[in-house]
Write a protein that binds this ligand. Structure first.
Ligand SMILES: Cc1cc2nc3c(=O)[nH]c(=O)nc-3n(C[C@H](O)[C@H](O)[C@H](O)COP(=O)(O)O)c2cc1C
Length: 236
């Protein structure tokens, strides 16, 4: 199983440890090939809001040199993991900066057909509150990129660092990670066969209708037209 992990901070903290508990559990079931990025080291920029990715293509992003290797790794993976601690009830600023750069590949613009067979996972930890909102921020990106099945792992560790997490909580994290890993590996195994999520089918159809009328962005429209998505073909 090919896995890309994007860590929303640079600490080997609770979020990193939770992510790696899940990966270790996956490794007990399947052979894995893990590519890991950490933010802001691997993508230190904020989105300029220049719209260049949206209007002129993603390769024209001024930060393409950082974004491209990340996207290529995701495209080559079976499982994409977005991991961030809760900062002020949401993802870290560096995670948000990355997902802002990737709005061009939302289904409302130019979804990558490769995304539609992938499995996603969000991982987040907090001292106590904000897990749901933080999960939603990351899950939105995975879902609107077209990813078929998105799992979530969230844990209120009641600690500022991993070494302060209680043994009780560490044992629970291990149990939850084991359970989740079984579900994820089954999902990756079946990802080409299993059902199409209803929400995605409906949303894709809506976006196809929108692109048919699109006379404001030729780059987006061509993306849909060239793949036959305006005349009934589907990437799933
Ligand atoms: C800037 C900052 C903001 C935080 N905001 C919250 C918050 O809104 N809610 C919360 O429960 N914990 C908050 N925390 C605590 C962290 O989410 C928590 O300690 C988390 O497990 C740290 O993850 P890490 O060890 O992977 O860095 C915050 C921590 C920092 C550094």
């Amino acid at each position: 199983m090919k896995i890309t992990v994007i860590n929303g901070n640079m600490r080997y903290g609770s979020t990193w440890h939770c992510t790696h508990e899940i990966i270790e559990e996956l490794q007990k079931q399947v052979q894995t090939d893990v590519t890991e990025f950490s933010l802001p080291k691997d993508m230190p920029h904020f989105c300029n809001g220049c719209f260049s990715c949206i209007y002129n293509g993603e390769d024209t992003c001024p930060h393409n040199a950082c974004i491209k290797p990340l996207v290529n790794a995701m495209i080559a993976s079976d499982l994409i993991i977005l991991a961030s601690p809760v900062y002020g009830f949401d993802v870290s600023g560096q995670m948000k900066a990355l997902i802002d750069h990737l709005c061009y590949m939302w289904m409302s613009h130019r979804p990558n057909p490769e995304m539609f067979q992938k499995v996603g996972l969000t991982v987040t930890t907090s001292a106590g509150a904000g897990l749901r909102h933080t999960t939603k921020t990351m899950k939105n990106s995975l879902v609107f990129w077209g990813i078929k099945k998105v799992y979530t792992f969230k844990f209120p560790v009641s600690a500022m660092q991993w070494s302060d997490v209680s043994e009780h909580n560490k044992a629970k994290i291990k149990r939850d990670a084991r359970r989740l890993a079984v579900q994820i590996s089954r999902s990756v195994r079946n990802s080409r066969k299993s059902f199409n999520p209803l929400f995605r089918s409906i949303f894709f159809r809506m976006m196809s209708g929108m692109q048919k009328k699109n006379d404001w962005n030729k780059t987006d429209r061509d993306h849909w037209e060239n793949r036959g998505w305006l005349t009934g073909s589907r990437p799933f």
